[in-house]
Design a binder for this molecule. Structure first.
Ligand code: GLC
Length: 491
C-alpha cells in the first residue's frame, strides 16, 4: 500500500510540497493515527510504502523561510538553488528552464536573487550538493523506518542533482528524460550524481530488520538508463513509465515488455508494470483516446474526448495482460472499478497547480484524483458524510461504485480479484515468460503453465480446442477471442 504524501503542507501540489517531513497534516490526522495505520496494515499482512519528496520542500518549510530571511550567499540559502539573474540588473532568470507545470522555473525575491523550482513556485528545489541536505534526508528516512514503514516511493528520483553549470536547455520542459543512451541528457534530469545518493540510502535500509524497499519515481527512458536506478546497491524497484506510455498495439506492447524485462534482468532487479497513477489520465480513458497511448497528464483544452466504451474494453484487456507478466504490478486506486478520468470538472474546482501555471491552457491531473465511488446511493458515494467530496464527483459514477460490482460476475472489480488470486496461486509475478507469438495483431505467451493471449486485431482469434479459460477481459464468442480482449487459459 503506497500512500501519497500526508505530511503538513500548504497543499500547493496535493501534498508534494512538504512543510514538515516528520509529522502528519491535520487534514488527514495525527502521527499517532499514522502509527496505528501502519500497525493495523501489518496485522492484515499489508506492507506500507510512504512517499518521500527529496527534490524540493514546500516554500513554507522552516529551511526555506530561514533562507528568505537570510542574505544572498548565506548558509541558509546554500540549502536551495539561489542564483543572481542575467541581463541588466539581473532581471532575467539565471537560465531558460521551465517549470514542469508551466511558466519559468525561477522566481525572483525582493532582494533580486532568484530561486529554482522545477515544479510550483511553492516547491523550491533543494541543493543536493550540500552535505546538510543529505544528512537531513538520512534522518528523515530513519524517522519513518523506526516507525515501521516498509519502504519509500521516491518522488522525482531523477531530479535531485542538476548539471553543475545549470546550462540552458532550449527544449520544452518535460518531466520525462527520454533521450537515447548516447544523446545529451537534459541538465536537470537523470544526472549521474543521483546514484551516489541512493547507494547511501540503500546502505541505511539494509541496516534495518525485515524487508524495506526503495521505489524510484524516475521518468527516465530508455529502459537501460532506468535500470541504473535498480542496480544491486541502489533502489529495489523503479516505476516503468515507458510501459505506461506505450501504444496499444501488439508490436509496441511486445517491444516494451521485452525491453523492460531485458533491462532489469541485466541488473538482477524485478521488472515493474504500471498503467495508471495520480499523474496521468486513467487508462480506462487514455486507451479510448484516438491516439493510442495518449498524453501522459491531463486532457487538454480542445483535445478530443475519450471513447468510454472502447477505453474500458482496452483497459480491462491491458490490466489482464499486465497482471500476467513477471515482476511487480502497481495498481492505482479506482482502476479496479474501471473508473474513467473525470473530464468535465468545473474549472473553479481545479487543484492542480498546472491549471494556473499554464495560464489555463493545461487542465492538469485533477481528473484522475477524484475520490472513488464506494456506495452507489450514499452521499459522495461513501467517500464522506456529505456530498461535498474533495474534488466533485460526476453523477454518472454510481454505476462504477464498489457495491454495484462486488459479487457481480464480469464486473471489472471481480475481474481484478480473479486475476490477482490466480496471479498469486500460480506465482506469475516470479514466473518465466516465454513468447508463443508476437505478430502484428496477437500476442501470446506462457507463464507458469498459463497461456495468455491478447487480441489487438480486428479479426476474432479462435482458442485451441480443449482450452480451459481461467479469466477473460470480455466474454468470448464461443471459442473466439474478440478485438481488444485478453484471455488466460490452460491447455
Ligand atoms: C511527482 C509526483 C507528482 C508531483 C511532482 C512534484 O511527479 O508524482 O504528483 O506533482 O512529483 O513533486
Amino acid at each position: 500500500m503506497w500512500l501519497s504524501p500526508f505530511y503538513p503542507s500548504p497543499q500547493a501540489d496535493a501534498g508534494y510540497d512538504v512543510a514538515d517531513y516528520r509529522d502528519v497534516d491535520p487534514l488527514f490526522g495525527t502521527l499517532a493515527d499514522a502509527d496505528k495505520m501502519i500497525a493495523e496494515a501489518k496485522a492484515r499482512g499489508l506492507r506500507v510504502i510512504v512517499d518521500l519528496v527529496p527534490n524540493h520542500t514546500s516554500s513554507r518549510h522552516r529551511w526555506f523561510e530561514a533562507a528568505l530571511a537570510a542574505a544572498p550567499g548565506s548558509a541558509e540559502r546554500q540549502r536551495y538553488v539561489f542564483r543572481d539573474g542575467r541581463g541588466p540588473q539581473g532581471a532575467q532568470p539565471p537560465n531558460d528552464w521551465q517549470s514542469v507545470f508551466g511558466g519559468p522555473a525561477w522566481t525572483r525575491l525582493p532582494d533580486g536573487q532568484w530561486y529554482l523550482h522545477l515544479f510550483d513556485s511553492g516547491q523550491p528545489d533543494l541543493n543536493w550538493d550540500n552535505p546538510e541536505v543529505r544528512a537531513e534526508f538520512l534522518d528523515i528516512l530513519r524517522f519513518w523506518l523506526d516507525r515501521g514503514v516498509d519502504g519509500f516511493r521516491v518522488d522525482v528520483a531523477h531530479g535531485l542533482i542538476k548539471q553543475a553549470d545549470l546550462a540552458d536547455w532550449q527544449e520544452p520542459q518535460e518531466i520525462l528524460s527520454g533521450q537515447e543512451v548516447d544523446q545529451p541528457r537534459p541538465p536537470m534530469w537523470d544526472q549521474d550524481g543521483v546514484h551516489e545518493i541512493y547507494r547511501e540510502w540503500r546502505r541505511l535500509l539494509d541496516g534495518y530488520a525485515g524487508e524495506r524497499v526503495l521505489v524510484a519515481e524516475a521518468w527516465v527512458e530508455p529502459a537501460e538508463r532506468l535500470a541504473r536506478y535498480v542496480r544491486p546497491d541502489e533502489m529495489h524497484q523503479a516505476f516503468n513509465f515507458e510501459y505506461l506510455l506505450a501504444s496499444w498495439t501488439a508490436p509496441a506492447q511486445y517491444a516494451v515488455i521485452t525491453r523492460s524485462l531485458e533491462a532489469t534482468d541485466s541488473v538482477g532487479a524485478p521488472t515493474t508494470w504500471v498503467l495508471s497513477n495520480h499523474d496521468v489520465v486513467r487508462h480506462a480513458s487514455r486507451l479510448g483516446l484516438p491516439v493510442s497511448g495518449g498524453r501522459p497528464n491531463g486532457i487538454g483544452i480542445g483535445d478530443p474526448q475519450p471513447d468510454a466504451a472502447l477505453g474500458l474494453r482496452r483497459a480491462r484487456a491491458a490490466s489482464l495482460l499486465m497482471l500476467a507478466l513477471p515482476g511487480s504490478a502497481y495498481l492505482y486506486q479506482g482502476e479496479e472499478l474501471g473508473l474513467p478520468e473525470h473530464t468535465t470538472l468545473p474549472d473553479e474546482a481545479r487543484q492542480d497547480p498546472t491549471w494556473e501555471r499554464s495560464l489555463h491552457t493545461q487542465r492538469g491531473r485533477d481528473g484522475c484524483r477524484v475520490p472513488i465511488p464506494w456506495e452507489a446511493d450514499a452521499p459522495s458515494y461513501g467517500f464522506g458524510p456529505t456530498d461535498a467530496s474533495w474534488l466533485p464527483q460526476p453523477p454518472s459514477w454510481a454505476e462504477y461504485a464498489l457495491d454495484r460490482q462486488q459479487g457481480v460476475p464480469g464486473s471489472t472489480y471481480e475481474l481484478y480479484r480473479t486475476a490477482l488470486r490466480l496471479r498469486r496461486e500460480h506465482g506469475l509475478g516470479r514466473g518465466p515468460l516465454r513468447w508463443l507469438s508476437s505478430g502484428d495483431e496477437v500476442l501470446t505467451f506462457t507463464n507458469r503453465g498459463l497461456t495468455v493471449l491478447t487480441n489487438f486485431g480486428a479479426a476474432p482469434v479462435p482458442l485451441p480446442a480443449g482450452a480451459e479459460v481461467l479469466a477473460a477481459s470480455a466474454p468470448l464468442d464461443g471459442d473466439a477471442v474478440g478485438t481488444d480482449v485478453t484471455v488466460w487459459y490452460r491447455g
